[in-house]
Design a protein. Structure first.
Length: 248
């Protein structure tokens, strides 16, 4: 059933190749697990990336050895899909490899996906990688790193995360860092978070109010009372929720 579809990945027509790749990724057919190896040896980057992408949701442990090799492939698309395969397996055994990719890959999208993939595994390697990625040159990587730190919930990262909050310029990243601060309960970060209630972006003010409710430092109550008069209704609502939580 799948062999004819796989052969279409080599078609001369680019549209046919892409249609075949899309169909293959949507199949989620276990049969692919019996025939994939020879296709991963193909010299065509497009074919290899398409097969890895199709293998990802199958979560086949035997694919890991190919993905571990593939994260060093010369093709960005192949590396990206191999990171996806390893991330889907959620095996701590691969966290060191993913951490290395998150920090060192030359492509920002590969780094972003890799740092997102280590969110299931709290180890010294993954925490160090996520913190390093918080200083990545690309804001999308920094935002994903902050989301990963929030998932890992590592209280020992408070000082470093708060320091990066005060130096970050991109509002999307600031929002994610605020989520992380709330998740890891950085009690002493209250004044830095309060400052974010005056940020020009309403999404940041909203996350700041949410964060203050999560860290539950009573110092924030007066600032949250002022935030109830914010021009954004979501900020008002969350500020009221945070005050109620602090007064319990």
């Amino acid at each position: 059933m799948l062999e004819p579809l796989l052969r279409l990945l080599l078609d001369k027509d680019e549209h046919v190749r892409r249609a075949a790749a899309d169909t293959l990724s949507e199949c989620n057919v276990a049969e692919l697990g019996d025939i994939y190896e020879s296709w991963l040896e193909c010299n065509d980057d497009f074919v290899r990336s398409a097969v890895f992408k199709a293998l990802r949701p199958l979560r086949l442990p035997n694919v890991a050895k190919h993905a571990l090799k593939g994260v060093s492939d010369s093709s960005r698309d192949v590396r990206l899909e191999c990171v996806g395969v390893l991330g889907y397996l959620q095996n701590q055994e691969y966290s060191h490899c993913l951490s290395e990719v998150a920090v060192n890959d030359v492509d920002p999208e590969v780094r972003r996906v890799a740092v997102g993939a280590i969110g299931y595994s709290s180890t010294p390697d993954t925490l160090a990688a996520a913190l390093q990625c918080l200083q990545d040159i690309e804001w999308q990587v920094r935002a994903e790193a902050a989301a990963t730190i929030a998932k890992l919930g590592a209280a020992g990262t408070c000082d470093q995360v708060v320091k990066l909050l005060t130096s970050e310029a991109q509002w999307q990243v600031i929002s994610k860092i605020l989520v992380a601060i709330g998740r890891i309960q950085c009690f002493d970060a209250v004044y830095d978070v309060i400052n974010m209630l005056r940020h020009p972006m309403s999404n940041v003010r909203k996350e700041a109010a949410m964060c203050l409710g999560e860290i539950r430092n009573p110092v924030a109550i007066e600032s949250l009372r002022e935030a109830i008069f914010d021009r954004d209704p979501d900020v008002k609502k969350i500020a009221a929720w945070a005050i109620a939580k602090l007064q319990r």
